[in-house]
Design a protein around this ligand. Structure first.
Ligand code: ZN
Length: 304
């Protein structure tokens, strides 16, 4: 029994439109679901992913209008590492991101930059057998596109306090970091020493990282987490997947989410993310919620 790498990563944005312009427009991901935060249904929850909305390439944002920019510190994920196929892809992204006035740092097989709210990304030429999870953007050739998540990097002052839990969750210590690798996919969890700042969650901060479980094994992972001293929530039905949440000892909020039923449960694949989707338990709030959400225009949507 192994986790199948990273399921999704959830962060915070202050501005949904700027967020969609950057992630769907510049980074070439597909907006696969536009819904609300189920724990705070007056704000957006936007999901960007590959073309099929697969776990493994799914970056999501809560929109908190007016939120101040956060400061990553101890106990927070501070960088998202994406896979690309080859150095030519880094050349392409260097040009494309540079044309959008994004400051870049290229070192060997990696290209680093921050999104407009300071969330750090790294594109990395990864040698893994995993199927590439790519989106189709008219300006991004498929062979150069992002291929899904490779890793998250978190700040931790005493990462050894997390060892027992990570081992209980069947992560394996590798030279590159802690790896969760299942039958189809793997993902890394990497600790860095924290900067000497007070951590503040805000716009541009990662809220949590979710690891992928089969539907059948979900509750067994909950038992393993409890046995290792974590205090997971009960299983919560998020409609697109089921989730448990707990804080790992270094302070990072973990989720374990099921790899189904997925984003096509309430809209067809070809129309993912076009309208505001509300799971059945939230549909009665539509008239109250929809008029108060700032409309977003998807740069990738067909222009009429
Ligand atoms: Zn989540």
């Amino acid at each position: 029994m192994k986790l199948e790498g990273i399921h999704h990563i959830t962060a915070i944005t202050e501005n949904a439109q700027r967020n969609v312009d950057f992630y769907a427009g510049v980074m070439g991901l597909r907006l696969v679901k536009k819904t609300v935060n189920q724990d705070s249904p007056t704000v957006y929850h936007l999901f960007f992913a590959d073309e099929e909305g697969d776990p493994g390439a799914d970056l999501t944002f809560f929109e908190y209008p007016g939120a101040a920019i956060g400061t990553p510190g101890a106990g927070m994920v501070h960088r998202i590492v994406w896979r690309v196929a080859a150095p030519e892809s880094l050349d392409f992204w260097e040009g494309r991101l540079g044309a959008h006035d994004i400051e870049l740092r290229r070192e060997g097989d990696s290209l680093r930059f921050s999104d407009p709210e300071g969330l750090d990304h790294e594109f990395f030429v990864a040698d893994v057998p995993d199927a590439p999870l790519t989106a189709d953007h008219p300006e991004v050739p498929r062979e150069l596109a992002l291929q899904g998540f490779h890793a998250v990097r978190a700040y931790a002052a005493a990462p050894e306090t997390s060892t027992a839990l990570l081992e209980a969750l069947e992560f394996e210590a590798t030279g590159a970091g802690w790896e969760a690798r299942g039958d189809a996919r793997g993902g890394l969890y990497i600790y860095d020493p924290p900067p000497d700042v007070r951590p503040v969650q805000g716009a541009g901060s990662v809220h949590h990282v979710a690891w992928a479980s089969s539907v059948e094994e979900h509750m067994a992972w909950r038992e393993k987490a409890i046995a290792a001293g974590a205090r997971p929530t009960p299983e919560i039905d998020r409609f697109y997947f089921k989730s448990i949440y707990f804080r790992e000892p270094s302070g990072v909020l973990f989720e374990i989410a099921t790899m189904g039923p997925g984003f096509t449960v309430d809209e067809p694949l070809e129309h993912l993310g076009e309208k505001l989707s509300l799971p059945p338990a939230f549909e009665h709030l539509r008239d109250e919620v929809e008029p108060n959400l700032r409309p977003v225009v998807n740069p990738r949507a067909p222009q009429t």
